[in-house]
Every structure is written in C-alpha cells, then in structure tokens.
Design a binder for this molecule. Structure first.
Ligand code: NAD
Length: 491
C-alpha cells in the first residue's frame, strides 16, 4: 500500500501479514490512518476483510497443526521470544516515533511503552519453560497428572490508546503457551502492530505463527470473532464491542478474555498528602489526554478538603500545555485520537452542563492556533455532579474529570461502587485501617494506595463488573491462553 503523509517516521509496513508474507488486502481497499495532532494522513493502511481474515486464520491453523511451534521444547520457544524482545528494543525509536505520531502521544510516554512491551515479552519468554503441571497419586494403582495445552488459534483484537503494549499483552502470553495468533489492530492506530509482525518474522518465529490483519472493526474484526476456527478471542476495547465478542464466542463456546472500559474513582480522605493527590490525580486525568481505561475520572473527596482539592486541580488542569507532542515545545498533553472522539467527549461535557453540572475549567474544543483538522480538547473539570448524571457513570475517554464530595468512609465506598464499571481505584489516606478497609470494599480489579498507575507487570491487571473478564499481565495470563488436561493412568 502507498503512504503519502507528511510524517516523522514513514511507516514501512501498511499491508496484510499472512503466513509470513506481506500482501495487498483481498478487498483491494485501504483506509486513511490520520495523525491526530495535524489531521493529515500518516499512511494508507490495508482494509482487510473477511477473505483476508479467513486466509490468516487458515495460516494460523496450519502453523498450529503442522509447524512445530506448539511442540518444540518450551525453552526454544522462550528463546525465540527473547529474540523478539531484543529486536523490539533495537527498533525502539522507530516504534516510539510511529506510536507518538499515530496516537498523538508524548514521545517520552511512547518510549516508555515500547520499553514496557519489550520487558513484557522478556517476562513471558522467561516463563515459557516454567509452566509445570500437577501430579496426584490416587491411591495404589493410579497416577494422575495434568498437561497445560495450547488452545489453537487466538484472535487478538486491540484498541488504539496503547497500541503496542496492548497487542503484546495478548500476543506474548498466547505465543508462550504454544498458540498461534491473528492480530487485528485498531483502525485509528495500526502501525506499531504491523511493525511488530515484521519484527516477529525477523526474530525467527515460524510463518503463520503471528499474522496481522489491519482493518475496520465491523469488517475485519467481526469476521475474526465469527470465524469458526478461532479457539479464543482476546479482546481489549469498549464494553459495547466486548458484548459483541461474547455473543460471537457464545455461538461456538470459544474462550474469551475481555479487558473493557472503566470509570475509576480516586477516594481522597482528609488526612491525605494533597500535593501528592494533586500530582497523581492530574496524571490520572490527563495522561494520554484521558484516553486511558484506568483514567481516574471520578475524584471523590472528603467534604472537609473538597474546596482545597478543587482549586489545586483547577490550577493543575490549567497548567497543562496542550499541543503537538512531536513538534511542540514542553507539551504535556496531546490531542484526542479523532474528530469522532472529540465530538463524543464534547457531547458529554455539553450534556453535563445541561444536567446542572458546574464547569470548573475547560469544556471546549481547542481550535484557535491549532491545525484545522487536529483534535485537541481542553483539560476539563466539573463539580455539582450527581451520581445519576451520565458524566458520573459513563466512560468519557477524554481529559474530563468530576469532583464529588463525600461525608465518610461508607459514603465514599457507596459512591465509588455506584457505576457499572470496576477497573481501578485509588485510595488516598495515611490511615492504614481506612486504606485496607476501603481496598477490601471497593469493587475494582486493581486498587492503588497513595499512588496512581501503581500497577507492576508481574501482578494481574483486569476489571470487575462490566470492566471485563480475565487478567492481562502476570502469570495469570498464561492460564487464560491454555487449557488443562487431566490424564489418569492405571498402573
Ligand atoms: P472499540 O471497542 O471501539 O475497538 C476496539 C477494537 O475492536 C478495535 O480494534 C476495533 O476495530 C475492534 N472492533 C470494533 N467493532 C468490532 C466488531 N464488531 N467486531 C470485532 N472487533 C471490533 O474500542 P476503542 O475505542 O478502540 O478503545 C477504547 C476502549 O478500550 C475504551 O472503552 C477503553 O476503556 C478500552 N480499553 C480497555 C483497556 C483495559 O485493559 N481494560 C485498555 C485500553 C482500552
């Protein structure tokens, strides 16, 4: 496919990768991949369709059944993954620049995400030969043991906010357990997933082991989740599309792993260190322009300190330097991913105003002084928000937070749990018993005390309630990408 854009790092791979070979899509179509900071086309990327998906799944089935990937010594599989991690590091600047342009994120953040991705691949590479079964001596004459077997073809479907690490979080544990993979990146930011496909080939992964089919969600994505030979769907994205994934999987009882949306709370108690609260809450709201599943978008604050916290957060929001992360000086927050996303964010803030919310700061599209087709939005805070308002319960996925006062611990926990999501939560207090009590009562898959984004890769990451099913990161992910077989032998 051709690339035409004014771009900082011209993308080398924009086609479909099936069975170790790049090709044009069978649809004969491409979609425009737009750089959000400029509104200009970064690349024309293959719009894979059902035929491409079918070829990719068939290649993955063949690679699973005939190539030795699932059957080779796990130490060898681990070595191949180490080579992949090494190559990701060698290409780290190319990955980071592509990602920063494609998503509109800070280059420093993109570099950290590439490093995280390489570290994750190493982590799973190291785990490959440490997966052991169980044995049980069932009395005299019987020996039972378990085998951890791969599932077959895993469909990995990922969103655009952290394209490389989110792809790696599916691909690395799936490959570690001996599965083969068809990866469908998001249409808004597909470039690093495509480069990952090539780097995996360069690392010596057998053809067909990792196939990459870019394309639109309703077209390539839907064909992939509907494909009868896909044994597992590993999905990160919105709760609405997660429902479609479950529906498709239900038709053939395929396994699913779902990492979905969030509306995560901070619970700020009056004894908290307010300097730290301000720093981390601002980060939780404005990092990646708020386009983060864990964004701490509900700031619940004890009524004794709510005015103080509100004025500090207003200052922090107004200090953000919004601009083009690759070309601007000192930029701290980039654009939203697309015009569509910006309109969606704006409709939430307009709705909150109509519902009686009070705007502390922001609430507007940034147009003047920004490129015509760019997608910047002002860091935004609301007060006077009631729990039944959409801005309190629904995921906005932009730099928008609500500040809501609470009376006591019970009130704080009730407010925190009053949404359909349960991804992350942060507790701000120096009182150990409050911290542990609230950590136990809050409905969230990840709870951080006196920090935000405190997650470490060796621990499980995943949501409660409508935030998902299953865990990314950690050794828990290896269970997700395998099935346990029991064997009992009469001696
Ligand atoms: P999305 O659900 O619209 O798209 C995600 C992926 O699904 C994309 O690749 C898209 O092409 C594909 N898709 C869309 N329709 C499909 C269909 N009918 N069949 C199959 N695939 C389809 O989500 P998004 O807008 O790209 O990402 C934002 C969402 O992702 C937010 O809700 C965010 O919270 C969530 N997210 C969750 C986590 C987590 O770990 N829990 C991490 C990052 C993002």
């Amino acid at each position: 496919m051709t690339t035409t854009a004014p771009t900082i790092t011209p993308p080398r791979y924009t086609g479909v990768l099936i069975n170790g070979e790049w090709s044009e899509p069978r649809t004969g179509r491409a979609f425009d991949d737009i750089e959000p900071a400029t509104g200009e086309r970064l690349a024309a990327v293959a719009a894979g369709g059902p035929e491409d998906v079918d070829l990719a799944v068939n290649a993955a089935v063949r690679a699973f059944q005939t190539a030795p990937w699932a059957r080779i010594n796990p130490t060898e599989r681990g070595r191949a993954l180490y080579r992949l991690a090494q190559l990701v590091r060698e290409h780290s600047e190319e990955f980071a620049r592509l990602e920063a342009a494609d998503v509109g994120k800070l280059l420093a953040d993109a570099r950290a995400e590439v490093e995280l991705s390489a570290s994750l691949i190493e982590y799973y590479a190291g785990a490959a030969n440490k997966v052991l079964g169980e044995t049980y001596q069932a009395g005299l004459g019987k020996l039972a043991y378990t085998l951890n077997e791969p599932l077959g073809v895993v469909a990995a479907i990922v969103p655009w906010n952290y394209p490389l690490p989110l792809a790696v979080l599916k691909v690395a544990p799936a490959l570690t357990m001996g599965n083969t993979v068809v990866l469908k990146p998001a249409e808004e930011a597909p470039l690093t997933a495509l480069l990952l496909g090539q780097v995996a080939l360069d690392a010596g992964l057998p053809p067909g082991t990792l196939n990459v089919v870019p394309g639109l969600g309703e077209e390539a994505g839907q064909a992939l989740i509907d494909h009868r030979d896909v044994a597992m769907i590993a999905f990160t994205g919105s709760t609405d599309v997660g429902r479609k994934v479950m529906h498709a999987a239900a038709q053939r009882i395929a396994k699913v792993e779902l990492e979905l949306g969030g509306k995560s709370p901070h619970l700020v108690f009056p004894d908290a260190n307010l300097d730290e609260v301000t720093r981390y809450v601002a980060m939780g709201l404005f990092k990646n322009a708020g386009q983060d599943c864990c964004a701490g978008s509900r700031v619940l604050v004890h009524r004794d300190v709510v005015d103080e916290v509100t004025s500090r957060l207003k200052a922090a929001a107004e200090e953000q330097k919004v601009g083009d992360p690759l070309r601007g000086e000192g930029v701290t927050m980039g654009p939203l991913i697309s015009q569509r996303q910006r309109s969606r964010v704006h409709s939430y803030t307009s709705g909150a105003l109509a519902d009686g919310g009070s705007l502390v700061t922001g609430g507007r599209e940034l147009v003047e002084g920004f490129p015509e087709r760019s997608t910047f939005y002002a860091p935004t805070l609301f007060t006077n928000v009631r729990p039944e308002m959409k801005i309190f319960t629904e995921e906005v996925f932009g730099p928008v937070g609500v500040i809501v006062p609470f009376r006591d611990v019970e009130d704080a926990v009730r407010l925190a749990n009053q949404v359909p999501y349960g991804l992350a939560a942060a507790i701000w207090t120096n009182d150990l018993s409050t911290a542990h009590r609230v950590a136990g009562d809050v409905q969230a898959g990840m709870v951080w005390v006196n920090e935000y984004y405190a997650h470490v890769m060796e621990m499980p990451f995943g949501g409660f309630k409508q935030s998902g099913i299953g865990k990314d990161y950690s050794l828990h992910a290896l269970d997700a990408y395998s099935q346990v077989k029991e064997v009992t032998v009469r001696l």
